[in-house]
Design a protein around this ligand. Structure first.
Ligand SMILES: Nc1ncnc2c1ncn2[C@@H]1O[C@H](COP(=O)(O)OP(=O)(O)OP(=O)(O)O)[C@@H](O)[C@H]1O
Ligand SMILES: [Mg+2]
Length: 156
């Protein structure tokens, strides 16, 4: 029963985030402990994880911006992914799709939310900084968090 509540939470997160315009797989249905969502890929292969994909320096900044836009949308919906990394982002047709949502953290009620947000940004920046992206994870996290607490976040 507890497990099903937990799966229900994940499904609810997916629905809220998808509706808000985040790049997550479209949720289709929840059946007990299983979640049915859109499959990212084609008949030949599923979309690769970002960690295994070839990303050029030119593509890196654009994908990093897309990842940050998603982090902002999550936060506007009072959520922090909590396990964001190149293992939990798929790359398909030049766009990221964010997966693996069971550990989403509530930004307003969880005291650790800011730390989790900063860690998520650090994790992805580790990948992108090797491909030429220059940014400070702690500065990005502080800026986002400050705007979130003031109710000033917008989708850019
Ligand atoms: N919607 C999807 N479309 C295509 N592939 C997917 C999708 N969701 C997940 N996958 C594939 O399944 C893998 C595992 O998914 P996910 O990260 O959600 O679970 P996990 O809890 O990390 O599982 P594991 O511990 O087995 O990695 C992903 O790395 C990805 O390759
Ligand atoms: Mg995963």
């Amino acid at each position: 029963m507890v497990f099903e509540d937990w799966v229900g939470q994940e499904y609810a997160n997916l629905c809220v985030l998808y509706r808000a315009g985040a790049d997550v797989p479209e949720p289709i249905q929840q059946c007990g402990s299983a979640i049915l969502m859109d499959y990212i890929g084609d008949a030949v292969r599923p979309a690769p994880m970002l960690i295994g994909a070839t990303v050029s320096y030119e593509e890196a900044q654009r994908l990093f911006d897309q990842a940050m836009r998603n982090i902002r949308i999550f936060l506007m919906k009072d959520r922090v992914h909590g396990d964001l990394s190149p293992y939990n982002m798929l790359l398909w047709k030049g766009r990221l799709v964010i997966i693996d949502l069971p550990q989403v953290v509530h930004a307003r009620w969880n005291d650790e939310a800011f730390k989790v947000l900063q860690r998520d940004i650090e994790n992805i920046l580790q990948f992108f900084s090797r491909r030429g992206v220059k940014a400070s994870a702690s500065q990005l996290a502080i800026d986002l968090w400050t705007r979130y607490r003031r109710g000033e976040l917008e989708i850019e």
